[in-house]
Design a protein around this ligand. Structure first.
Ligand code: FES
Length: 577
């Protein structure tokens, strides 16, 4: 149903002839505005996660100006509001600790202010799910504006990819093969412009998911940050959100079981980051959609990986190549009726309509379904006595020889303990060992840090080994690779089975059958469980305490239990004016 001026949410702040509204209007005039600046115009919040400690969003002040230009052109009244930037690189102990803080901030900022619609500006890993989760709960019309990937890395004539080349070159440096000068060259060449990591890491995965959910303008997630098209897309976001307010196109009409499934299929076809699992579950739950790990595994089995982009791709292709090859629209067009093409998008049109005319310009980068990079999707969900509530692995990013593997466990209780051991050239370890890191989950980490690509012990590096089976309850950067089992649930910190594993226990991975087990007799496991003692909580006050009390496990999306729709109703619109 279309909206009238009187129906605008912001009219409750600005329209009445009463003392409260006098206060609201006079304070706008204090900022140099006239009634004609706001009267009859939808108020559009531009939620900007810019910060000087977020290089991926360094262009957001300029892009916010582009959005505001579009809002003005379409007859709206833009207001820019800052939100916590949750940058991936500098935020410690891990950005994941603060995804839910951004979600809470987004929801409350929208609810408490006179906003009729919002443009959400994010891109760096956790900002996409954080902004989307909060805005889904707030429920006003929204468009997601993705930051766009940075340019390809370059050093000494070689293409460098975010993250994956950092790990690769670091292993070479640890092996003594790279000089200080060369290392500085890699440091300067791996991130050459603003924008998000340009591999198909968590950032590109999550912005692709936002677009597949129907929350971005068509093609928006693939546009490189430094491309002039990114500015035009930003201005278009501003124009479109104003129309969305008049059309009353709220996110509950867009994020549905059908669009959540579309997003999961697209994630699998892109070779998505393992982090996608947690964030997709969390975003879907906020929309009241009960996506499960088992559904994701089924979609993983049935969806071919067709985006030939690192780290899952074969070759040197990066997000810039993906854009030139046609971008996400072309990829979704390849998937065709595997997707629900009737799903509604922010354009007001169906997904199918927005894909009309989409073409692949390089079929080695965006492969046809008949010639995929990998015949199944990029993620697999494991079960077994080590992970009764699930664990995740990225088969396409690890050597096939580890798909079925059995070896003795080498267990570490903390990251510092593990780090010291892997740097010991005399460590007693073989390529068959299964390295395990525990106490790295949502509560143990805390915040489930991206430690899951455990470093290969120096002793093995020197022998030329670059991969081994590794298991943890941590996450892994979307730019990482290797035989890493992640997100083991329930986590060891709360007494999950990983807590009961001992050095030398045999561990078996059987990827084709989706199993991960410790080959320890059940009676012995029970005896160890009875003897296990819970560690002290990580935090005694503040946000960390709140996180520790309320975060859910990885298989449920790591949201706060009290933010899930089933927890109860919010108070509704503010009614004290
Ligand atoms: Fe921001 Fe990778 S560090 S997207």
């Amino acid at each position: 149903m279309k909206k009238n001026v009187d129906d605008l949410r912001s009219a409750r702040w600005f329209a009445p002839d009463d003392l409260r509204s006098f206060g609201h209007r006079s304070r706008l005039m204090q900022m140099g505005l006239d009634p004609q600046d706001w009267e009859g115009r939808p108020v559009i919040g531009v939620l900007n996660t810019w910060s000087e400690l977020n290089p991926c969003h360094a262009h957001f002040r300029e892009r916010a100006a582009d959005v505001k230009k579009g809002v003005h052109q379409a007859g709206g009244f833009p207001v820019e509001l800052p939100a916590i930037s949750v940058d991936e690189t500098f935020t410690k102990p891990t950005s994941m600790l603060y995804r839910n803080l951004l979600a809470m901030e987004t929801e409350e900022m929208i609810r408490s202010h006179p906003l009729d619609g919002v443009v959400l500006m994010g891109g760096c890993d956790k900002t996409t799910p954080g902004l989307v989760m909060g805005a889904l709960s707030a429920g006003v019309p929204m468009i997601y504006l993705p930051a766009g990937p940075m340019l390809r890395g370059n050093y000494a004539g070689k293409i460098l990819g975010s993250g994956s080349d950092a790990w690769k070159y670091w292993d070479e440096r640890r092996a003594g093969n790279i000089s200080d000068a060369e290392w500085l060259g890699v440091e300067g060449g791996i991130a050459r412009s603003y924008g998000t990591c340009m591999t198909m890491g968590t950032a590109s995965t999550m912005t692709a998911i936002a677009e597949a959910l129907g929350l971005c303008l068509p093609g928006a997630s693939s546009i490189p940050a430094a491309d002039a098209g990114h500015m035009r897309m930003s201005t278009n976001c501003g124009r479109r959100i104003v129309d969305m307010v008049w059309e009353n196109l709220t996110p509950d009409l867009i994020v549905t079981p059908a669009s959540a499934r579309n997003a999961a299929i697209v994630a699998m076809a892109t070779g998505c980051s393992t982090n996608a699992v947690i964030h997709l579950l969390a975003m879907a739950k906020r929309a009241g959609v009960n996506l499960t790990l088992d559904e994701l595994d089924a979609l993983g089995r049935s969806t071919p990986l067709i985006a030939n982009v690192r780290p899952s791709g074969k070759g040197d292709y990066l997000m810039e190549d993906f854009f030139y090859a046609g971008g996400l629209r072309a990829l979704m067009a390849q998937l065709g009726d595997r997707l629900d093409l009737a799903a509604v998008t922010v354009t007001g049109k169906s997904l199918g309509e927005t894909l009309e005319g989409a073409q692949v310009y390089n079929d080695d980068v965006i492969r046809p379904l008949s010639n995929p990079v990998y015949h199944e999707g990029s993620l697999a969900v494991l079960r077994g006595n080590l992970c009764p509530d699930g664990a995740v692995i990225k088969p396409a990013a690890c050597d096939e020889r580890f798909w079925v593997h059995e070896g003795p466990a080498l267990v570490f209780d903390s990251y510092p303990e593990m780090k010291k051991a892997v740097d010991d050239e005399n460590l007693d370890v073989t390529p068959d060992h299964v390295m395990v890191l525990r106490n790295a989950g949502p509560l143990g980490g805390p915040g489930m840090p991206e430690w899951g690509m455990l470093p290969i012990p120096k002793a093995l590096i020197k022998q030329g080994h670059r991969d081994m089976l590794r298991i943890s309850d941590a996450r892994m950067s979307g730019t990482s690779y290797g035989a890493c089992v992640l997100h083991v649930a329930p986590e060891s910190y709360i007494g999950g089975p990983l807590a009961l594993l001992k050095n030398g226990d045999r561990v078996r991975l059987d990827l084709p059958n989706r199993r991960l087990d410790m080959l320890v007799p059940e009676a012995e496991i029970e005896a160890r469980r009875a003897a296990w003692k819970a560690p002290e909580p990580r935090y005694e006050r503040g946000y960390g305490w709140l996180f520790g009390k309320h975060v859910t496990q990885a298989n449920e999306g790591c949201d706060f239990d009290f933010l899930l729709p089933e927890f109860g109703k919010t108070a509704g619109e503010p009614d004290i004016f």
